[in-house]
Write a protein that binds this ligand. Sequence first.
Ligand code: NAD
Ligand code: DAU
Length: 395
Amino acid sequence: MKSSGFAGFAGGLTPTTGVALRMKRYARPILVTGGAGFIGSNFVLHWISQNHGQVINLDLLTYAGNLCNLAPIEGNPDHVFVQGDICNRRLVDQLLAEHRPSAVVHFAAESHVDRSILGPEAFLRTNIQGTFHLLEATRAYLATLEVDARAEFRFLHVSTDEVYGTLGPNDPSFHENTPFAPNSPYAASKAASDHLVRAWVHTYKLPALITNCSNNYGPLQFPEKLLPLMINNAISGKPLPVYGDGRQVRDWLFVVDHCRAIETVLEKGKIGETYNVGGGNQQANIDVVHMVCDLLDELVPDSPHKLHRQLIRFVEDRPGHDRRYAIDAHKLETELGWRPQETFATGLRKTVQWYLNNRAWMEEVASGAYQNWVNANYGQRGAAGRAPAASKGAR
Ligand code: NAD
Ligand code: DAU
């Protein structure tokens, strides 16, 4: 594994207080898919920091997967990394037979909406077929287990709030019974995978659970997503491309809080149930970008790019752009006792500081093919964009 000068982050490898510490060390390993990506690697680091037991980490290492994310656990016997494809049924069968995990936690996916608009096929393959293969491999594996091990086993499918579609300004937040209405190829592929999981529970009694989470932010996120992209561009004095009018609303959750939610659902969730996960923190994109700019003004007082808000440019909107997401996480909170531990103010400050402390990580992921993506996604959006009106944009 390459080392990247990765500086770690608060809340990742440091055992924390609360629900997590009272949880068990699992006798058997768990199989995590996509554990070199953003949320998956945060989850693996968190799981091992909590001494929950061994993780078998299956990840294809697409452009979004990065072994450097796992550098803090290099050489740790609780982490076994396997580079491979969830669509490779023989490999998945072999891993299940060899390691006999007590759970599968399924993160692996193509995860970026803009990429799904420019090239949907990979999304159908990984998110739909990949989930299908994993479900079938798990079903065959369960048939080989003794009654007790079978009773203990869980399949946790990590999904998104985007399956529910979009909300108007006064609509109530998404709850677990909100009808699916996916609007992007990414959202449609995730909705299809959720339906497969549901069908495998219903038809084959597969002991699965689903989590549908809102937008995550935090360390180790690939800079195609809003927050790391804005932080990276602002640090380098590049334009900050805000789609449309920037008034689209997302419900932001710090990634370690999502990891804790998954940990909680694995431990206490009811088979066949869906749990919505969210931060109760709705923000318009332009406000989030302003907060990032202001934090950078404060944390890098000698930056030549101050005031960073001057870098904001309004560019052509995302086709079919969902206007608002908001999650009602009441079920997870009241039935399983989960609560987010970070506020947006504390989480965002930690996040911006992490990217400032880990410039080598960012430089490595933002080299090579990343530039092709930037050209493909932003090249036709009106490269220069429109600067905000003085009264709105600058202080
Ligand atoms: P990511 O794109 O950062 O990571 C995806 C990981 O999956 C990468 O490491 C990649 O190499 C791996 N992968 C891709 N195709 C694979 C394949 N065929 N076989 C094995 N591995 C493969 O994604 P993320 O943001 O960490 O999201 C993880 C999961 O959480 C996804 O299922 C996503 O839909 C869901 N989710 C994400 C968010 C968010 O805000 N990022 C919110 C809710 C739910
Ligand atoms: O809601 C959960 C979803 O959140 C996850 O399922 C997805 O995997 C994850 O990518 C994320 O999807 P979004 O499309 O909401 O995330 P993204 O970071 O791409 O964009 C967030 C918002 O910011 C969205 O309204 C589009 C806008 N945006 C994004 C980029 C990359 C911009 O205005 N400019 C940009 O350059």
